[in-house]
Design a protein around this ligand. Structure first.
Ligand SMILES: [Zn+2]
Length: 276
């Protein structure tokens, strides 16, 4: 049993564990606290989204649906291992689950896995007050790959929260271990993931990714100088362009390509499914 971390402490814990974080909008105050309790917290639940594409998935997890308003988790873990924070507080991710499992998580008393849940959304106990939740972008068909960077991020966010609360890896479960109605996450096993988290917890936190760490003491004038540093334009050797223009272009292009790749992947997947 534990009081939930503040949003600031939650963010700091993730960064200290080396998690790459993107803060989405007003995530710190975007929650369902007006609908029920947030805390005491007992663990972390890992999910898959059954969606493709980072932008799309992050938006769904932030906004939810008419029948299930967002946030649908606290962080969305994309295929490159970046964690997009979409909400903080009570979130619609765990739903109802098995009270026996909850007790085993609280006690951290089980072996490699908790007992199979026999209760779920309709007849279980509320899990939304009790669990931090992470949605991992995956189609959930057992074929969509889980890149190493994504699994690494699941390991790190889980370890970060366990470390902050002095929990063991047994406080981290999959949605399928919580609710009899659920199959997520599909494509790796939670006992394997818990073994990874336990190993990480036995050591020191990962290389931190605090913004401070990457900050060099620069004056505004320095930044201006760097931003406007002339770079040779590869398309035309007679001209140069400012570093800032190049960075903005490269960043935009990178995002566009990532989205394009997501769409192609989804399309290929659809084609393969149609054939099989
Ligand atoms: Zn789930």
């Amino acid at each position: 049993m534990a009081t939930p971390l503040s949003a600031a402490d939650f963010l700091a814990a993730l960064r200290a564990e080396g998690v790459k974080v993107v803060e989405v909008g007003n995530w710190r105050t975007h929650n369902r606290n007006h609908k029920g309790a947030w805390g005491p917290v007992h663990g972390v639940i890992v999910h898959h989204t059954v969606t493709a594409g980072t932008t799309n998935s992050v938006q769904i997890c932030r906004d939810g649906y008419t029948s299930l308003p967002g946030p649908l988790c606290h962080g969305v873990i994309d295929k490159t291992g970046v964690v997009h924070l979409v909400g903080y507080g009570r979130a619609n991710h765990a739903g109802g689950g098995d009270p026996a499992v909850l007790q085993q998580v609280i006690d951290e008393s089980y072996g490699t896995a908790p007992s199979r849940p026999t209760k779920g959304n309709t007849n279980g106990v509320d899990g939304n007050h009790a669990f931090y939740g992470f949605e991992c972008i995956n189609l959930g068909d057992g074929k969509d790959p889980w890149p190493a960077a994504q699994l690494d991020a699941i390991e790190r966010v889980s370890a970060a929260i366990c470390r902050a609360h002095s929990w063991s890896a047994k406080s981290v479960i999959g949605h399928l271990e919580w609710s009899a109605d659920k199959v997520d996450p599909k494509g790796f096993t939670m006992p394997d993931m818990r073994a990874r988290i336990a190993k990480r917890l036995a050591g020191k936190p990962g290389t931190p990714t605090t913004p401070e760490e990457n900050t060099v003491a620069l004056t505004d004038a320095d930044v201006k100088k760097i931003w406007s540093y002339p770079l040779a334009n590869p398309a035309d050797n007679n001209t140069t362009r400012q570093a800032g223009t190049y960075l903005r272009y490269a960043d935009q292009r990178h995002n566009d390509l990532a989205d394009q790749l997501d769409r192609i992947e989804a399309l290929l997947k659809k084609l393969t499914d149609d054939k099989s």
